[in-house]
Design a protein around this ligand. Structure first.
Ligand code: PLP
Ligand code: SF4
Length: 467
């Protein structure tokens, strides 16, 4: 028997080694999620070879050097990408309903040795050869946000919360954006709904929120709060804090994921956010940031420095990812993302099964894939750092746990959800990508009569099973 001194108590344990490693030790080199890039990765882009760290982390420099059209992109990468790839991107942009904008940070994180398979490239730069014809059920506003809007840019769908679209611009434009009906400039294929940062429109939204006493929770989105000026953040933040029944709100931004240096160098902006969160805390109201990392590759030493600053200021940051093919639809990729976010103090909150957005069929996955990946992720880390995998029910049912379908017909790829707290008695359908279905069924989807039949059959089965 050994006697082991632990703190002040003496305990007896059998054998020579007082510690028993019942779980095999993990090789240190497999703890990859803690290895955050701190190299000068941007210097791989030929035009930025001479750019030093101080310049690169300046938010002004990031804005000035944003890639805002295909020409600028080609100029930046023509010496490191193949001519075939460049032609492919041109074809992709010509067909895409989304405007182009990518931050230098995100552009430089792309692996230009293999851009076709790079998960960041896939999110922002469409290539013609990878595009797939749309599933016939894809639309521009699949969540019917405009239908559930009492005033322009405000969606009131859930009993106690509202979504407030303050403006329609973002620091980047994502191919997969749910709000491609409004966000970004008009493109060759889409004329957008305008949601400018506009005091009168905001005043109407505040009036509605004041009148609706049941509201406790507001999502401030867009567009993106990175595009709000410090004074606008103060104006919106204080106006919401002044509404007595509003207990909590979140500012939504993709910014932390694709331009984390703004937190380190745009002092006025960060101070405005801090002012609102501090005042909220004193009023016992919760003000947080929701961000949008999709892959572990987006999390670098700069992200960690930015998060350290926000953490020291007591600002909670949660993450919402979009589940995308070739980006994060592999269990190891998703686990790495979740662990890396936890490591820098970002709470993974949701993973959205891709919305039914036009022009993004190549990025969509099956509900079955989301469910499979969720099983592998749950248990890998703390439960509060484990995201919920949700389907945002097309047609305005709201977010539903991907597992909670009433019926899932794998042959037609139709899953059926209900949302009793949001729209009682209604049935909502989601559609797996065409490529996952057999050729006969794919053809049936293109036939309006057969399409109706398939939909009716599956919904009838769901209704029969629903109690
Ligand atoms: C996502 C969303 C919210 C917020 O929902 P949570 O589940 O609380 O994150 C509110 N309104 C709309 C319209 C939404 O899409
Ligand atoms: S940052 Fe958000 S709102 Fe803007 S384009 Fe991307 S997904 Fe859409």
């Amino acid at each position: 028997m050994n006697e082991v001194q632990i703190d002040d108590s003496t305990i007896k344990i059998g054998g020579d080694d007082p510690i028993k490693h019942l779980r095999p030790k993990v090789a240190e080199e497999s703890i990859t999620w803690r290895e955050l890039r701190r190299d000068a990765f941007w210097q791989n882009i030929p035009g930025w070879k001479e750019v030093d760290y101080e310049t690169f982390i300046s938010s002004k420099w990031q804005e000035r050097n944003a890639i805002t059209n295909p020409k600028k992109l080609i100029k930046a990468v023509q010496d490191i990408a193949s001519p075939e790839f460049i032609e492919d991107v041109k074809a992709g942009f010509a067909a895409a309903p989304m405007a182009v904008r990518i931050s230098p940070y995100a552009l430089a994180l792309i692996d230009w040795e293999d851009p076709y398979n790079d998960p960041i490239r896939r999110q922002f730069l469409p290539v013609g050869s990878q595009l797939e014809p749309d599933h016939p059920m894809l639309t521009l506003d699949s969540l019917h946000e405009q239908e559930d809007s009492p005033t322009k840019g405000l969606t009131h769908r859930y009993p106690d919360k509202a979504l407030f679209l303050t403006l329609d611009t973002c620091p980047v434009y994502c191919r997969f954006c749910t709000r491609s009906y409004a966000v970004g400039l008009d493109t060759e294929t889409v004329e957008k709904v305008q949601l400018k940062a506009n005091e009168e429109r905001w005043a109407l939204a505040f009036k509605y929120m004041r009148e609706r006493k049941e509201l406790e929770d507001v999502v401030i989105s867009g567009g993106d709060m990175y595009r709000l000026k410090p004074d606008q953040i103060r104006e919106i933040g204080h106006a919401l804090l002044d509404i007595p029944h509003i207990r909590r709100f979140r500012f939504a931004t993709k910014g932390l994921a694709i331009q984390p240096m703004k937190i380190l160098t745009d002092t006025d902006w960060v101070d405005a956010v801090t002012e609102v969160t501090d005042r909220g805390r004193k009023m016992h109201k919760e003000v947080v940031i929701h961000t949008h990392f999709n892959t572990a590759n987006e999390v670098t030493g700069i992200s960690q420095d930015a998060m350290n600053l926000l953490f020291e200021r007591g600002i909670t940051v949660r993450n919402q990812s979009v589940f995308q093919r070739g980006v994060n639809d592999d269990p190891d990729q998703m686990t790495e993302l979740v662990r890396r976010l936890g490591y820098i103090n970002v709470h993974p909150y949701y993973v959205y099964v891709h919305d039914l957005v036009q022009g993004t069929e190549d990025l969509r996955t099956m509900v079955a894939t989301a469910i499979r990946v969720e099983k592998r992720v749950r248990g890998a880390t703390a439960g509060f750092n484990t995201p919920l995998f949700v389907v945002d029910a097309p047609g305005g049912g709201g977010k539903r746990d991907a597992h909670s379908y009433e019926h899932y017909d794998r042959e037609t790829g139709i899953s059926v959800y209900t949302a009793p707290a949001v729209k009682k008695g209604e049935f909502f359908t989601y559609f797996d990508p065409l490529r996952s279905l057999n050729p006969d069924i794919q053809e049936a989807w293109h036939n309006p009569v057969k399409r109706e039949e398939m939909l009716n059959d599956v919904v009838q089965t769901a209704k029969a099973r629903y109690i």
